[in-house]
Design a protein around this ligand. Structure first.
Ligand SMILES: [Zn+2]
Length: 258
């Protein structure tokens, strides 16, 4: 495929957490990306259902993943990884939470690397090293980098908006900066969060749990443009459009390059 995408998910990253993390590169993101600080998660605002909606462009009530445990779909819809594989493309995934492996069916990934969040002081940074290696060595059509320390070590262990949560977001922003500076000229780069959080958890329909930021970088997206009415369902159709493959007929989200 002539175009390439890097998708970066920062688990549990609230818009106000990003805005207040103290990393100066956040302002750069606002200036170089099309973006929103008012995007929507899905209900339940829980990691596996959210990422399944992000990759399959339907709400949890349609795909059937209502908890963090994978169940085979009753009325199967293909996700972005399967669509890319069907079109002869290659996908990579570097991820810090093991159950996430089930967002891609066996056979749809060529490269994958899992690292437990507690295996390193900053597993997210090591996962970024691996994603960087995947891109530089193999140049997959879609490289998915999933960072989880914001959620696990930040929000759940210390509380959403705690100093440790904000510090973990700042580390994630440093990792995002690294990927944009190295690959921004050759790749479209999408940055998202699956859900927010409050106190020590998430999963409710509270605005703190449901509101997420999205950033879209590359020649398909106008720098500095504020987007409206964006949800997790838009991610898969937008990636398909960049890669010039057809969206699945069952997908419900919009193509944001249009
Ligand atoms: Zn999550």
């Amino acid at each position: 495929m002539k175009n390439k995408v890097i998708l970066i998910s920062v688990d549990g990253m609230r818009p106000d957490g990003l805005a207040n993390c103290g990393n100066p590169y956040v302002e750069t993101l606002n200036n170089i990306c099309s973006y929103t600080y008012n995007g929507r998660s899905v209900t339940p605002s829980v990691t596996f259902p959210c990422h399944f909606s992000m990759t399959h462009s339907v709400p949890p009530q349609r795909h059937g993943m209502l908890t963090n445990t994978y169940v085979p779909q009753v009325r199967p819809i293909k996700g972005i990884f399967e669509k890319i594989a069907d079109n002869g493309g290659a996908c990579a995934m570097a991820y810090g939470w093991e159950p996430l492996r089930d967002i891609a069916l066996p056979g749809s990934l060529v490269y994958a690397y899992y690292l437990n969040a507690y295996a390193e002081e900053s597993s997210d940074t090591v996962l970024t090293d691996v994603a960087d290696m995947f891109v530089s060595k193999y140049d997959p059509d879609l490289t998915f980098l999933y960072m989880v320390e914001t959620d696990e070590k930040g929000g759940h262990d210390n509380g959403w908006m705690s100093s440790e949560y904000l510090r973990r977001i700042s580390i994630a922003v440093d990792n995002i900066k690294r990927m944009i500076e190295k690959y921004g000229d050759t790749h479209s780069i999408i940055i998202m969060a699956d859900h927010g959080g409050h106190e020590r958890g998430h999963g409710s329909e509270m605005p703190e749990d449901m509101t997420v930021p999205f950033f879209f970088y590359g020649n398909k997206f106008e720098p500095g443009k504020e987007l409206h009415n964006v949800s997790l369902l838009e991610i898969a159709p937008t990636i398909a459009s960049i890669l010039e493959i057809s969206p699945d007929s069952q997908w419900e989200g919009r193509d944001l390059t249009k």
